[in-house]
Design a protein. Sequence first.
Length: 87
Amino acid sequence: MEKRKVKVLSGFRLTIPEETRARLPIRIGEELEFTVDGNKLVYIMRELPEDPVFTMIGLVKGGERELGEVEKAVIGDIEGKLKRSQK
């Protein structure tokens, strides 16, 4: 789980960090749900983001988009495991 710091602004507004917005396609006006888990405030997206892995396994419908560094590493790891298992 990634941790990010945000500052509470007037009116108790929070700004979602740019790295997080790039990873999760959150749009202006979108509603997020949140839960309180002990001393944690956890925001939940109502719909899963378009993600190539989620799309491949049928969890979401999605279009093409450029893969990020982490996604490329995961795909490379899975491809390596598949090659080793076929020997």
